[in-house]
Design a protein around this ligand. Sequence first.
Ligand code: ZN
Ligand code: ZN
Ligand code: ZN
Length: 384
Amino acid sequence: MSRRSLHNPAPAAATLRARLDRARGAAADAATDALLIGPGSDLRYLLGQAGGSFERLSVLVVPARDSSGAVPTLVLPALEKPGYADVPTDELGIEVATWVDGEDPYRMVADRLGRNPGRVAVSDTMAALHVLRLRDAVAGAEQTLAGPVLRQLRMRKDAAELAALRRAAEAIDRVHARMGEWLRPGRTEAEVGADITEAIVAEGHERADFVIVGSGPNGASPHHDVSDRVIEAGDVVVVDIGGPIPEGYNSDSTRTYAVGEPAPGVADTYAVLQRAQSAAVAAVRPGATAHDVDAAARDILTDAGLGELFIHRTGHGIGLDVHEEPYIMGGNDLPLEPGMAFSVEPGVYDAGRWGARIEDIVVVTADGVEPLNTRPHELTVLPA
Ligand code: ZN
Ligand code: ZN
Ligand code: ZN
């Protein structure tokens, strides 16, 4: 086994083959002639390799199942080919077509699409510079997004994907379990964040993707990063952390800590938040909608007069991306299905004063829910 595959374990060829077949079927169902998948998590899902070129076009052309005789083709700059050495292209029935600077790769893609394709779907993250040139090269075809086609596959995780998400969750739980080593008065958020970043890697992640340490008033900014603010006794601190494990699947978990006894009133508000979060987790089951899960949390906060302080959706899907479908929010009537994985993370944000959030990743099971994060949900009071 090469060094690369040791570091980035890829799914078995049979798994990738099944995904590619399903992607071709999903494209046919969406009346789309082909999916054009650039570097990123969609490509990693299909090939076990995310790729990486930017201004040079790399694209997997996935013809719809019923397009007669068309073969999936990986169009690559010749200099990027070694990066795909571990992709089992033969077993996947993928042809590799390389190009060198000076050649027109957009024309190569057009040539693979057969006569007069009516609709091609480009991956959501493809750079505009490629999207527009493909539009010129395949004039006459409608361009749509491949995300809505592939999400039918990616939202429903298989057993190996769920096992990877479980390992990621256990790793981030081990980091939260050590918070008392780092979080104390007199240290800056940035100092605490640096220690957390190191621990995220030490506990089994490939890297830390985000480290939010929101102390005192900074906790009221849901996507705060870290700052040079010095943590004080009595602060409430929101710690939201995560990153990918080598298989590419992500962790994402928030716990809220108090450094010494917090101000009066914090405990009561926090107790409502904790009830809201556990009610939302309990609402997760096959057939419930994403809207239902959001409402379970939001109704409790609203009834307690805290609805105005909950300024974001209840959660997001997670997998090869930290944020992916399904989004757990009001108005999303998507019925939940076994294998879906997403966060449940209501929060309260009292601008200028303090904030709190509780976030677990959960999986929809055959008859209910499996929370992957298992650290205590209470406000953890650390010594000041
Ligand atoms: Zn977020
Ligand atoms: Zn988070
Ligand atoms: Zn999250």
